[in-house]
Design a protein around this ligand. Structure first.
Ligand SMILES: [Zn+2]
Ligand SMILES: [Zn+2]
Length: 453
C-alpha cells in the first residue's frame, strides 16, 4: 500500500517564483472582497487560539496515509460543531462534511490528513515523537509536508463561512482526504462514491503550504504540479556462490546496468524542452559478500508535465528493464506500477478570477504565474478531482518568516523545504492566510450576487 512514500519529492518549491500582474478579470458582480475579508477575519481572529491549539495537536500526533483515524475523528468533531453534516470512513479514513445553505453551486474544499514516515528534527516544543507501523516497520511520523497547516486553515475557512451564511448560498463540500503522499487517497474517495453519493462539485479549491514568505499566495494558471508514476522492478536472476559468477545470472549487474541505461530516456529520447525525471529511489539486493543473490528490487518515481512525456517515460523504463534482462539471458523482469497520478491543471478562468480578486485585498502578496511558465516538479493527487471534471484552483501559500529565509540565505544554507525533517512553517500567519484565501475564494463563487458560473 505504501510503496512510494519517500519517493514523492518536496512540496511546491520548484514552482517558478515569477510574479506577474494578474489579468484584469473582474471579480463576480455583487462580491465585495474587502467587505467579505472583514467578516472572515472577525471569525478567524476570534477562532485563532483554538486553531493554533488544533494545529499543534495535529502536528504532535501525525498519522501516515490510511491510518489517519485520530486525525479524522478530530476533524469530524470540528466540522459537526460548525453545523456540517459529516460522513466518516469515505475512502478508508476520509471524511466528507456538507453544509447546505439554499440553492446554488456546490463547492469542494479539500485538505489532506496524512503525514510522512520520517523523524522530525525541528526541535519545536510541539515536535512529533509519534511512531506508526509502515510496511511492517515501526517508523517515526512527521507532518513535514505541512498537511497539519492545511487542516487548520480548512477548519478556519469552514468556521468563517459558517458564520456568514447570510452572505452566500449553495453547498459546501469540505473533504478531509487520506493518503495524499501515496497519491492514492483521492482515488480511494472517488471509488467510494464521493461524486455519486454526494453531488459532483461545480468548483474546487485546495492549497499547499510552501517555503515562500508568509503572506504570499501563488496562483499558477495551467500546470501546477507534475504527473507522478511509481514503478517497481524486480530483476529475476540465478543465485550462486560469489566465486562462481558463471553459474549465476547476476541481478546486481542487471540492476546496475539498468540504473545508468535508464537515464538515456531522459538524455536521448525525451524532448529536451519537456520536463521529465526518472529517479531510482531504492535498490536492494543480496545479503553478504560471497553470495550472488537471485533477485534485485528497484523502486522508481517518474515525473512529467505532459501526457506524451508521461507515456514515453513509463514505456521507456519498462523497455529498458526488459532489454537489460534479455541481455543477461535472464527471465523477464517483474514490473508493477503501484500508483500514479496526473499533473494538477488549474482552470484558466478560475485562476485569473481568483488572482484578480485576491489582489484587491492582498496586493503584491499575490503572485500570478501564467500557464506558459513551467509547473512544479512535485506531485499532488488533487489532480484526480480535476480529472473527474471539477474546475479548480490549487493555491500555494507561503509559510516562512522572511527573516528566517534571509538568515538561511546569509548562512549560504538551503531553506528546509517540504519533506525536510527541519520543515517548520510559522503557524499563525500561515494558517490565517490559508483560511482567508479559501474562504474568500468560496465567497467569490457562492457569494450573494455571484451566481453559478
Ligand atoms: Zn508531501
Ligand atoms: Zn503535501
Amino acid at each position: 500500500m505504501r510503496k512510494i512514500l519517500l519517493t514523492l519529492t518536496a512540496g511546491l518549491t520548484a514552482l517558478p517564483a515569477l510574479a506577474q500582474t494578474a489579468p484584469a478579470a473582474p471579480a463576480a458582480p455583487g462580491f465585495d472582497a474587502a467587505a467579505a475579508l472583514a467578516r472572515i477575519d472577525a471569525t478567524i481572529d476570534k477562532q485563532y487560539p483554538h486553531l493554533d491549539a488544533l494545529y499543534k495537536d495535529l502536528h504532535a500526533h501525525p498519522e501516515v496515509g490510511f491510518q489517519e483515524v485520530r486525525t479524522a475523528a478530530i476533524l469530524a468533531a470540528e466540522m459537526r460543531k460548525l453545523g456540517f453534516t459529516v460522513t466518516e470512513k469515505v475512502g478508508k479514513t476520509g471524511i466528507v462534511a456538507i453544509l447546505k445553505n439554499g440553492e446554488g453551486p456546490t463547492l469542494l474544499v479539500r485538505a489532506e490528513m496524512d503525514a510522512l514516515p520520517m523523524e522530525e528534527k525541528t526541535g519545536l516544543p510541539y515536535a512529533s515523537r509519534a511512531q506508526q507501523t509502515v510496511d511492517g516497520k515501526l517508523s517515526f511520523v512527521d507532518h513535514s509536508c505541512g498537511h497539519d497547516s492545511h487542516m487548520a486553515w480548512w477548519v478556519g475557512a469552514a468556521a468563517a463561512l459558517a458564520a456568514m451564511k447570510d452572505q452566500w448560498h449553495g453547498t459546501l463540500m469540505f473533504i478531509g482526504q487520506p493518503s495524499e503522499e501515496t497519491v492514492s487517497g483521492a482515488k480511494a474517495m472517488i471509488a467510494d462514491g464521493l461524486f455519486t453519493r454526494w453531488p459532483k462539485p461545480d468548483f474546487g479549491f485546495a492549497a499547499h503550504v510552501a517555503p515562500m514568505p508568509v503572506g504570499t499566495v501563488m496562483v499558477k494558471d495551467g500546470v501546477v504540479s507534475s504527473a507522478s508514476d511509481a514503478i517497481d522492478i524486480t530483476f529475476n536472476g540465478v543465485g550462486a556462490h560469489g566465486s562462481m559468477p558463471d553459474k549465476s545470472i547476476d541481478p546486481v549487474m542487471m540492476g546496475s546496468r539498468f540504473v545508468t541505461d535508464v537515464q538515456s530516456i531522459i538524455s536521448r529520447e525525451k524532448d529536451p524542452k519537456a520536463f521529465g525525471v526518472v529517479t531510482v529511489g531504492a535498490f536492494t539486493a543480496g545479503t553478504v559478500n560471497n553470495i550472488i543473490p537471485d533477485h534485485a528490487d528497484l523502486k522508481l518515481t517518474l515525473r512529467s508535465h505532459d501526457d506524451a512525456t508521461r507515456k514515453l517515460l513509463v514505456e521507456g523504463v519498462e523497455r529498458t528493464a526488459r532489454a537489460v534482462a534479455a541481455m543477461a539471458h535472464a527471465p523477464e523482469p517483474t514490473i508493477t506500477q503501484p500508483t500514479g497520478t496526473n499533473a494538477v491543471h488549474n482552470d484558466a478562468a478560475l485562476s485569473a478570477r481568483s488572482a484578480a480578486m485576491l489582489k484587491t485585498v492582498f496586493g503584491k502578496d499575490v503572485q500570478f504565474v501564467p500557464a506558459s511558465e513551467s509547473g512544479g516538479t512535485a506531485s499532488e493527487d488533487y489532480s484526480v478531482f480535476i480529472d473527474e471534471g471539477v474546475p479548480s484552483v490549487f493555491f500555494a501559500i507561503g509559510g516562512y518568516d522572511p527573516a528566517t529565509i534571509a538568515r538561511y540565505k546569509a548562512e549560504g544554507k538551503p531553506l528546509p523545504v517540504n519533506h525536510s525533517p527541519y520543515f517548520a512553517p510559522v503557524p499563525e500567519p500561515t494558517i490565517k492566510r490559508g483560511a482567508q484565501t479559501l474562504a474568500l475564494s468560496a465567497m467569490m463563487v457562492l457569494g450573494n450576487g455571484a451566481g453559478a458560473k
